[in-house]
Structures are given as C-alpha cells and as structure tokens.
Write a protein that binds this ligand. Sequence first.
Ligand SMILES: Cc1cc2nc3c(=O)[nH]c(=O)nc-3n(C[C@H](O)[C@H](O)[C@H](O)COP(=O)(O)OP(=O)(O)OC[C@H]3O[C@@H](n4cnc5c(N)ncnc54)[C@H](O)[C@@H]3O)c2cc1C
Length: 360
Amino acid sequence: MKSLKENFQKIHILIIGSGIVGKFNALELSELGFQITIIDPAQQKNSSNAALGLLMGNMYQKRKGRSWALRKQSMELWPKWLELLKKFNNELKIEKPLIQLTTNEQTFKKLEKFINENNDQHLKILERDSIPIKNISKAFQINNLKGIISFKDGRINAVSLLKTLDSYLKYKKVNFLEDEIIKIKKSNKQWIAESKKKKEIKSDIIILCNSLNTIDLIDNLTHNIKLKPVLGQALEIDINDAKVDLLSLPKQFNINGKNIIPISQSKLIIGSTDEYSRKPEEDIFEKLTNFVDKKPTWLVKENITKKWSGIRSRPDGEPSPIMKTLQDGIILCTGFYKNGILLAPACSKWVANEIKNYLC
Ligand SMILES: Cc1cc2nc3c(=O)[nH]c(=O)nc-3n(C[C@H](O)[C@H](O)[C@H](O)COP(=O)(O)OP(=O)(O)OC[C@H]3O[C@@H](n4cnc5c(N)ncnc54)[C@H](O)[C@@H]3O)c2cc1C
C-alpha cells in the first residue's frame, strides 16, 4: 500500500496569492508532499511586506472562542517552524518580550484584571519603577505609563520572514508564477484557473489567499462573502538626538494602541492605523504619534525617514479570518485584516487538515 505522502505527491494544489498566508500554506502543504504552485502578479507589494510583525498572541484578553484558539495554536506552532526556517536564515528569530502600556486608568484596570484572573506565569504587570517603564517614560517624556509584559509574545521581522519562506519554498521546488488569476472554473474533476497572461493552470485543489480580490473569483450570489479594505500605515523616524538612545528601550512595545519598534540607536518605527480606506494619507504623522499628549522635541514630522502602507481585507458580517471550504477542492483562507503574520501557522494547519479530510 502506498504511503499518504506518496499519494499526496500526485495532488497538485494551486495557491492564489503569495502574501504571508499563501506562503505559509505552501510551506505546510509542501512539507506534506503535495505539488504546489503559487501565483501572484505582485508578491512584494502586499500588506504582508508592510507588516510590523508583532505576534500578540498570549496578550489577547479573551481566553475562549475561535480567535483565542487560533492565537494559542499559532504561538505553539511558531517555534517548530522557526527551527525549520533557521536552516535557510540563521538570523530569523522572534524577539521577545512584548510590552503593552497605557496612560488611561480604565484601560489599565482591565489589563490588571486580565492578569490577575489568568494566573499565567508568562504575563506580568509592569511596576511603575521597572526599568522598561522608566526608560520609555524618559525617552517619550510621559509620566503616567502603566502596563503589562508578555514573555511569550514578541516580534518577527516580516520582510525577512517572507524572504526566508521564498528560499525554503524554492528548495522544496514550489512553482512560482508571476501572473494574476482572473477566473476559476471546474472541468470534470479538475479546477482550471485562467490567468491574465492567458495561461490555464490545472489543479486538484485551489486555495484562495488573495485577500480583497478573493470575492472576484467566487460566485458571490451563492456564497455571500463581503470584504472591506482596511488601510494600515507606518513610518520610520530618525530621532537625530544624541541625548536619547533608542537601544536602551525594549525591542517592541505598544503605547495607547500604537506599536513602537526601535531599530537602531537613532531610528524607530511607529505603526499602524486601521482605516476603511485604500488611499494612504499624506499627513499620517499626527495620527501615529497621538499616543503622547505632549511630544518630546525629537518626535517631529521633519524626522520622518520612511513611510509605508498596506491594504488588508476585513470580513463584513463575520469574524476575521475567513477559513472555509466553498465546494469540493476550493478553500478560502482570507480576510486577515489584522494578525495575519501571527495567525499564519494555525490557519495553514486548518487548511491542511481540511485537505486531508477531503482526500482521505
Ligand atoms: C502597516 C501594517 C502593519 C501590520 N502589522 C502587523 C503585525 O504587527 N502583526 C501581524 O500579525 N499582522 C500585521 N499586519 C497585518 C498583516 O500584514 C496582514 O494580516 C497579512 O499581511 C495578510 O496577509 P495575506 O497573505 O492575507 O494578504 P496579502 O499580504 O495582502 O497578500 C495577498 C496577495 O494576493 C495577491 N493577489 C490578489 N489578487 C490576486 C489574483 N487574482 N491572482 C493572484 N494573486 C493575487 C496580491 O498581489 C497579494 O500579494 C499589518 C498590516 C499593515 C498594513
């Protein structure tokens, strides 16, 4: 009798979209032995390349429901994938811990309640006289910061992760096509995907990982799936101030909802926004720096060295993300308006199980 892997080798899977979700699905499925093709017309210009890479799993304040289950599973899966990917990029790592701070008394009370009720040794309230709070308060000149620290959460560099996945997928002989799928249809038992460059790609299974454009490829009268564009923006600042050493700050932290990542002694990244829009705002500085009432002298518009944005898709009328089998051999893995980097391992595992159930 043939092994499962030998049987899987005969199955061709087409993944539409090569953001983090498409690439992670390719990783999971190529490990299982499937033949994989990924197609994307613009694999560097997606929201995955704009992501800050924060993995906010354990800090999630609900401890039940699908969202928590996906976070928990992803946090468990990340070390295994990291181990494997390190063979292709030894520097790839998750920087820990992650700190969440607030100046709002009510928000802090909620955080405090969450920590006290959960009794999780990896989560702690940060004392006001702790070194991280002292250093952040000094650099940003904020007096009343309070917060929590999660030793399990952290950050992975998203661009570096995507590049490492490319090397791995190349090694696994995953076929990459630079093209856009414009239509999918069934013919006998196979799926045929038609591309803009007039190619027809035959496959046994299609996974739609193409974010907002997913709805263009499915019969929406039958499936009624709605996705709305959500814009995220970020910027890099060169503080140009010898008195502040950004490397004295924690590797990543969040103040009043804005993520802050010091990347060198003088540079930091601040992100991101969530707006129902597709058009990046020219003047994003105020929105991204409103986590402080009175800005320190170095936090000024003139110090911006880079700005970038990405558009993700948010499901309308159902929770994010959408993971569904639409009909035999068509799987949706889309609607990751937030946390696509964090959730990619758990969602790919779900897709793999769905495929195994369909085939076996
Ligand atoms: C500024 C910013 C900061 C963020 N920070 C974080 C963070 O800290 N942590 C975190 O977990 N998440 C973060 N996110 C969210 C994260 O980036 C998304 O959840 C994730 O990138 C979604 O990945 P995706 O693969 O679904 O979509 P995308 O990365 O957008 O990829 C979709 C791909 O599909 C392709 N495509 C579309 N149509 C077709 C077609 N017809 N045929 C072929 N290909 C097609 C596109 O070209 C694109 O490459 C952030 C996002 C932004 C914008």
